[in-house]
Each structure stands twice: as C-alpha cells, then as structure tokens.
Design a protein around this ligand. Sequence first.
Ligand SMILES: Nc1ncnc2c1ncn2[C@@H]1O[C@H](COP(=O)(O)OP(=O)(O)OP(=O)(O)O)[C@@H](O)[C@H]1O
Ligand SMILES: [Mg+2]
Length: 283
Amino acid sequence: MSVITISHLCKNYPLGKQEVQAVKDVSFNIERGEFAAISGPSGSGKSTILNMIGLIDLPTSGSIIIGDTDVYKGINLADAEVQNDRWVSSGNEKDAKKKKRTTIPAKLDRRITGLRRSHLGFIFQTFNLIPVLNVYENIEFPLLIKSKNPVAKSPVDDFSKKEKEDWVNFLIEKVGLTDWRDHKSSELSGGQRQRVAIARALVTKAPVILADEPTANLDSENSKQILSLMKDLNRDKDLQTTFIFSTHDARIVNMCDHVVHLLDGKITNDEYKTGSDIYGEAD
Ligand SMILES: Nc1ncnc2c1ncn2[C@@H]1O[C@H](COP(=O)(O)OP(=O)(O)OP(=O)(O)O)[C@@H](O)[C@H]1O
Ligand SMILES: [Mg+2]
C-alpha cells in the first residue's frame, strides 16, 4: 500500500528575475513500512522534495497523495503561495515584495495542517526541542494540541489520560531514555536529543516519519545508534513506521531498501534493494 505518491512534482524558486528549477518532474511512490532515502549531492533538491512531502513547502506543479488524500486536488497551485519566513527571506526581497501575494485557501490550509498531524512526523537536523521542558513533556507535546479538524485526528486522541501516559513512557523506553525522563532537554547530549525528537515524531502514531539529514549534527557513534534505533522502530510490527530520509550519508543509503537518487532536481535512479542492518560503508 502506498503511503506517499508524488507525480510530476516541480518546484521553482525565484532568484532575482530568474527562477531556479530545484525539482524537475519528479515522480515516485513510498510504500508502507519502507526505510527510504532521497539521496544526491548538495543542491540536488533533497530537502526541497522532503519539505514538499512534509507539506512545509508548496510545489510549483504536480501532485502529492498522502494516504488516500490527493493534497492539492482542486487547488490552483499558481494561486496558492506559502507565506512563511523561509520563503520570504530566501527569495529576492525586492521581487518578493512586488509579487502579488495570496494566502493558501482556508480549505487547503486545514487539509495541510490536519495531514501533518495525522500522517507525518518530523525529525529535524537541529532537533527543535523545547529546552525548558523535560524529556516526557517534549514527547507528550504534540498530544496537547487539540484540534476540531477531523483530518488532524490521531488514534492517540481517543486514549484515556492513563493510556497516553503509558504510551509516552513506552516510547521513552523504546528510545532508551527511561533514566532521563525528568531531565530538561537542554541537559541532554546531541544523541539523546535526537532520541527525544524520534519519540516525539512517533507519539501521534503518524505512519510516515520524515528526517532531513538526521545524522548531520551527530558524531559517527551516535549516528550509528540513532540509525539502528530507527531501523528497529521501522521493523516493529505494531508501529509499522515508514521512514524517509534526505541524506548524502552513504552509510544511511546503505541501510535503506528504497533509494531515490537525484541529480540537479531530477531522478537518475529509483532503486529498490535489500538494506543493510548496520550503519556502515557498503563493502
Ligand atoms: N528557499 C529557497 N530559495 C531559493 N532557492 C532555493 C531555496 N531552497 C533551495 N533552493 C535551491 O534549490 C536547489 C535545491 O536545494 P535543496 O536545499 O533542496 O538541496 P539539497 O539536495 O537538500 O542540498 P544539501 O545536501 O546541501 O542539503 C538549490 O539550487 C538551492 O539553491
Ligand atoms: Mg538539504
């Protein structure tokens, strides 16, 4: 069963009077349970694709199906534009201001925020934890955000208070942080912070976890432990979590069973293989 289907995806960024074609007509599927990587040299479009799958950035054209929702169906993408700091500050300021700006239509906005909570978990390079909260509170955090939006529903929303506590504690144990449960995240090492980020990404039981260069800020021992942990979580039959990485780390690529190779915004190879269990260079 496909959890993500992207078809003819394109992304152009404004660059002065011109445009950079960061992603050019990219199509691929991700099936439930895959340990997948989007791989390629710097500037090849990995983060751009991951951000579009994560519904953080809008495509210029093309379609993205998440679960059974065709995210941009019925939407004129040329009229919809993400108004966030990232876009504004990275474009040419003068041109960006001159350009006619429209907000995302409310219906699409609700769909996007809903899908993000119910279907997607994020692991960021810089962990993005809340420093004053302890490990338990950081992991619990996404469960505290209440929404009446039916698309945003997570199965954990129906848990009793006790069941939620047990679930958060179960995840803390899974990522090996039981002894650190009450420590503030500012007191943790990089590897420990990444473990908290993984548990937080899993807490809503989202079927797909996205991780942009998850080992970029970790030393090789911590990278090894974090990747083994993610592979264990990926294999866990109860969780059935799909992982999609953007990476140029050959040791991650070696562990994946599906690798989308990119060059200059285009797919050069959509490869299926048997991923290694060990974070290490291929023989
Ligand atoms: N916000 C932006 N505004 C303008 N151009 C951008 C923006 N983000 C990315 N680009 C351009 O799009 C192309 C793809 O960038 P992207 O960040 O997706 O590459 P990447 O494969 O993730 O690279 P890296 O390995 O360095 O992280 C690059 O040419 C980049 O300069
Ligand atoms: Mg990148």
